[in-house]
Design a protein around this ligand. Structure first.
Ligand SMILES: [Zn+2]
Length: 315
């Protein structure tokens, strides 16, 4: 793991800023107020903080942190990059406690950083649909995890959080959704919003998928009857995804509350969709997470958690 952090940008603050600016400002420094690219000058001198620019039109200073997950953070940028690298390189995730110990920052800082990084990994609602024709295959499957607050444990899964995951076997991308309950009313609209018509869809025999045949080439395998593969139709990729997700949530994060589940899903989606098998190495996976840092400002209030034994905010 130390290998992951050997680059200069993890030790040197200016190098860290250079790396972030290169990814968030591909066309050079951009004024966050007027959007101007041409009339920005870097402020120098010993008394100036690293990474400060001034827009000649707005006459105001700014840094690359404005409007990103880094805004208002006093953590040095090199430590942010260390945290992003570690979170991107750890297959099952990395707990706030471990980040706290490895980076020498407070547990509270580690917790806020990791949630902000998850937010950077989260894809927006305007993602292009998966699939697009009948040569492409998307798997849809659901799993259940943790325990809903204020619901007593009973048979079946109704006391657990439900997660729907879509995996494009063509592109390798995973998209996961926290849903209230596994039923057609929750699942079908998500599938339709995320998978183009005419795509092949593989699911298990659950009845809530049965309406998909109208828009898709839908194949079901009957897990209840120990049927796992029918021609090209199976949900083995989704099962593999859930296996990593559950090991991470149980072993590393020790479950989470309902309100944060979507961010943990974004983290596991990010690593899965940018895995080494798809040609994405540790550095590129971290760079892609960094690009999502824009427009994802999180305040203390929105990330505030509840006290528990898990990787929730104990503050
Ligand atoms: Zn400006």
């Amino acid at each position: 793991m130390t290998d992951v952090l050997s680059h200069k940008r993890f030790q040197d603050e200016q190098a860290a800023y250079d790396w972030v600016e290169a990814h968030l400002w591909p066309h050079g420094p951009q004024c966050p107020r007027c959007g101007g690219l041409d009339r920005n000058t870097k402020l120098g001198g010993k008394s100036t903080r690293i990474g400060v620019y001034k827009c000649k039109d707005c006459r105001k200073p700014f840094t690359v942190k404005v409007g990103t997950i880094f805004e208002d953070s006093h953590i040095p940028m090199r430590q942010w990059l260390q945290a992003i690298a570690l979170l991107c390189a750890s297959k099952k995730g990395i707990s706030s406690n471990q980040l706290h110990r490895m980076l020498g920052i407070t547990l509270k800082s580690a917790w806020f950083m990791s949630h902000r990084i998850r937010e950077a990994m989260r894809k927006g609602p305007l993602m292009p649909p998966m699939g697009g024709d009948q040569s492409q295959m998307v798997e849809a499957d659901e799993t259940f995890i943790g325990r809903k607050a204020d619901v007593t444990k009973r048979r079946g899964y109704s006391h657990k959080h439900a997660v729907l995951t879509l995996i494009s076997r063509t592109s390798g991308e995973a998209r996961s959704f926290h849903i209230d309950d596994a039923n057609a009313a929750n699942i079908v609209p998500i599938v339709k919003a995320n998978v183009a018509k005419e795509t092949m869809i593989a699911t298990d025999e659950a009845s809530y998928y049965s309406g998909l045949g109208k828009d898709y080439y839908h194949g079901q395998v009957n897990h209840g009857a120990e049927e796992w593969v029918v021609g090209e139709f199976h949900t083995n990729s989704a099962e593999g995804y859930f296996s990593i997700f559950k090991r991470g949530m149980k072993g590393v994060y020790q479950d989470c509350s309902e309100k944060h589940l979507h961010r943990y899903l974004a983290e596991f989606d990010h690593r899965y969709s940018n895995r080494i098998k798809l040609g994405v190495d540790d550095q590129e996976r971290a760079a892609r997470a960094l690009k999502g840092a824009k427009g994802k400002r999180l305040t203390y209030r929105t990330t505030r958690g509840v006290r528990s034994q898990s990787d929730e905010a104990p503050f």
